[in-house]
Every structure is written in structure tokens, then in C-alpha cells.
Ligand binder design. Structure first.
Ligand code: SAM
Ligand code: SF4
Length: 368
């Protein structure tokens, strides 16, 4: 059990009056470079039932004691403050593995009651490894969940086992089917490609995704997993993967205007055949956080499982909202602290800078 380190700012260190939330719903979350955050990532736990190579060491990581993790009510209150005071319009629940959170359906259903500044329903999404989703997809949909991203890095059971260190391929596939059947569609599949493990089977994964009507997103491997593992020279970049896939698939890039606020470059795939396997037309996306960073357009703010605002995955500065919550602070005081966290968001992640050092916390501990 542990407390995470990082550069934690608490209400004792910071002046809550430096930014005041007098104009409810209008000030929003802005930083000194003019970006506005409307997309909130909420980590519901730092625990996980897989051990993906690029995310966690084999032995796992120390986890937070449950008393330090936000309760369901605290999560909902913070989301409400984000929506009512700060202009949040989208919320994605993540982790760790968010399906390990028993109260997930309750949290989703409470958040689904909230309305954005424009009176719209919140856009509620989930990123999950899909284990156990087959039993919960319907209830999550009925609670108000709109979309789901499921992590699946290979179409082969053996490679999946090698990548996640668990033999759960069939359970993820059941989860994807259940999500689609429940109306959480199109399900998106997140995949990280690791050289020497699943790079030679990326075509088969795309073929599988097209056949089950899911939208595959390839994410570049980022330096936020186990320490000492990432080597920039070895990662499979999106351009090299696109070049590879173009040898087997007819791909055509969609105009940037079709991406919405997603950082993924989107490509249409024409129907065809891979070996003897036919596949229908569909789309595939590439998230190029390393080779083509999208920091200038970043619209995210992150809430960790223990209630800290972290404005950038790669910056260890964190602002402690749990301490404020548990010391009886008002919604306005909490919103002010959140605004201060956003104001200090760094301009960019700096992965490509000389002297870049990996952040202290890994992806599962921050909330991916
Ligand atoms: N456990 C859930 C899951 O796997 O979908 C949610 C949390 S996981 C940290 C969120 C996403 O982060 C996953 O899609 C995973 O592939 C991605 N991820 C984890 N480590 C990564 C890394 N080092 N580079 C790029 N993506 C990573
Ligand atoms: Fe767990 Fe998700 Fe990290 Fe895999 S990527 S170890 S499923 S948190």
C-alpha cells in the first residue's frame, strides 16, 4: 500500500483566492497558453487484473490503500463541480481497471443526470481491458454510458497472453460482443504495438476489428510504463505502421475536420481479403503521441483515483482535491484549485526533448 509521490500542491500551500469562481460555468478550465479543457479523464482505481508489458511490471505495482481512494460520492461531486463550474462536457472513466470498481454503474448513472453548460447530456465513456464487461455492458449502457474503448493488442490468444501476462483473450472478445449488443457501439479497440511481440500481426488485428464492427485505434508506445523499458529508437511509429498496413489494405486518410476532438488520425479501409479472410470496409485510427504530438490541441484534465488533478500525463505536478473535499471546502474553492492546476499545465509533454525524464507515476497509476 502506498501514497504516490509527485509534486503535490495542497490547499495549505496555495492561495485559493488567486483565481475565483465568481462567474459560474463561464470561466472554465484554461491554461496560460490559451487551451481550454473540456474532456475529463477520471481514474477510478490504480488496481488492475492484467499486467500489460508496456504498462506494468510483471509483479504489479504497490497500490493505494482504499481509504485514500475517492468514494463514489466524492467522484460524483468532483465531476459535478467540473461540469457545473468548469465547462467539462466529456467524461471518460479509466484506471487501472475501472471495471474493478463495484460502484461504476452508480457513478455512471449519477453523472448521466448532469447537464453541460449548453444543457446537453454529458458524453460518458469508459476505457477498459474488457474483463467482466460481458456481465456489465447492458447495465452500464442503461445507466447512461455512451461509448467504450476496449484494450486488445492482438487477435491471437498466445500473443495476448504474452502481452498481458494473462490468458484472458476469450473474455475480452466476449466483452466486446456484449458492448456492441448493448448499444455501446461502435466499440473502439485500443492497441499498442510492441516490436518483436505483436508488430507482425497488426494486419490480423485490423482484419478482426473490421469483422466485428469495432474501430481499431493504434496508440504509439509512450514512456510511461515500467522504468527503463522505453527506447524511442525502437518504437513502432504511426507512419511506419501505416506504411506497413498499406501493403495489405487500401487505406485513405479522412480530412482532419472528421476527427472531431479526437487526437487520432482517421483512415478509411476499403473492403477486401487478408489471406483467405474477407473483411468489410471500416475505419482505423492512429494516435501519434510521440511522433506527432498533439499537445497544442490538448483539451484534457485528469483526476487520479486519490483525487489529484494532473493536467498532463508527463508532468508530475498534481493538485490535491481530496484534501479539500475532506476538509469541508465549498464547490467554489475546489473549482478554484482545479483552475489553478489547469493554469499551470505545461505547454507540451517534452518526450522528444534532450534530457526528457519519465514521470514518476506509470499510466495505470495516473489513469490512461
Ligand atoms: N485498464 C484499462 C485498459 O487497459 O483499457 C484502462 C487503463 S489503461 C492505462 C488505458 C490505456 O492506456 C490502454 O488502452 C493502454 O493500452 C494504454 N497504455 C498503457 N500504457 C501505455 C504506454 N506505455 N504507451 C501507450 N499506451 C499505453
Ligand atoms: Fe491494466 Fe490497462 Fe495497464 Fe493493461 S493497460 S496493465 S489492462 S491498466
Amino acid at each position: 500500500m502506498q501514497e504516490y509521490g509527485g509534486n503535490v500542491k495542497s490547499q495549505h500551500e496555495r492561495s485559493l483566492s488567486s483565481l475565483s469562481v465568481t462567474n459560474e460555468k463561464q470561466l472554465g478550465l484554461v491554461d496560460k497558453f490559451g487551451r481550454r479543457a473540456t474532456d475529463l479523464r477520471v481514474s477510478l482505481t490504480d488496481r488492475c487484473n492484467l499486467r500489460c508489458l508496456y504498462c506494468m511490471p510483471e509483479e504489479g505495482l504497490p497500490v493505494l490503500p482504499l481509504s485514500k481512494i475517492l468514494t463514489d460520492e466524492e467522484v460524483v461531486r468532483l465531476v459535478r463541480i467540473g461540469v457545473n463550474y468548469l465547462g467539462i462536457t466529456k467524461v471518460r472513466f479509466t484506471g487501472g481497471e475501472p471495471l474493478l470498481r463495484k460502484g461504476l454503474e452508480t457513478i455512471v448513472s449519477e453523472c448521466a443526470q448532469l447537464r453541460t453548460t449548453d444543457g446537453e447530456k454529458l458524453d460518458l465513456a469508459l476505457t477498459t481491458n474488457g474483463l467482466g464487461l460481458s456481465h456489465r455492458a447492458r447495465a452500464l449502457h442503461d445507466a447512461g454510458l455512451k461509448r467504450v474503448n476496449i484494450s486488445l493488442d492482438s487477435s491471437s490468444r498466445e500473443e495476448y497472453l504474452e502481452l498481458t501476462r494473462r490468458d484472458r483473450f476469450a473474455h475480452v472478445m466476449e466483452g466486446i460482443s456484449a458492448a456492441t449488443a448493448a448499444g455501446l457501439s461502435p466499440a473502439k479497440i485500443n492497441a499498442v504495438v510492441i516490436p518483436g511481440v505483436n508488430d507482425d500481426s497488426s494486419e490480423k488485428l485490423l482484419c478482426l476489428a473490421l469483422n466485428i464492427g469495432a474501430e481499431l485505434r493504434f496508440i504509439e508506445h509512450m514512456p510511461i510504463g515500467p522504468k527503463g523499458q522505453w527506447n524511442k529508437a525502437e518504437i513502432i511509429t504511426s507512419p511506419s505502421l501505416i506504411e506497413r498496413l498499406q501493403r495489405s489494405f487500401k487505406l485513405e486518410e479522412f480530412p482532419k475536420s472528421m476527427r472531431g476532438s479526437s487526437p487520432a488520425s482517421l483512415w478509411g479501409v476499403a473492403a477486401g481479403t487478408l489471406g483467405t479472410q474477407e473483411y468489410p470496409a471500416g475505419t482505423v485510427g492512429f494516435i501519434s503521441s510521440v511522433s506527432q504530438p498533439f499537445c497544442a490541441e490538448c483539451d484534457r484534465t485528469r483526476l487520479t483515483a486519490e483525487g489529484r488533478i494532473r493536467s498532463c500525463l508527463f508532468n508530475d505536478d498534481e493538485y490535491d482535491l481530496r484534501a479539500l473535499l475532506r476538509s469541508g471546502a465549498s464547490d467554489g474553492e475546489i473549482a478554484s484549485q482545479w483552475q489553478e492546476a489547469m493554469w499551470n499545465k505545461p505547454a507540451r509533454h517534452g518526450i522528444n526533448d534532450d534530457g526528457f525524464t519519465q514521470p514518476d507515476r506509470t499510466m495505470s497509476a495516473i489513469g490512461g
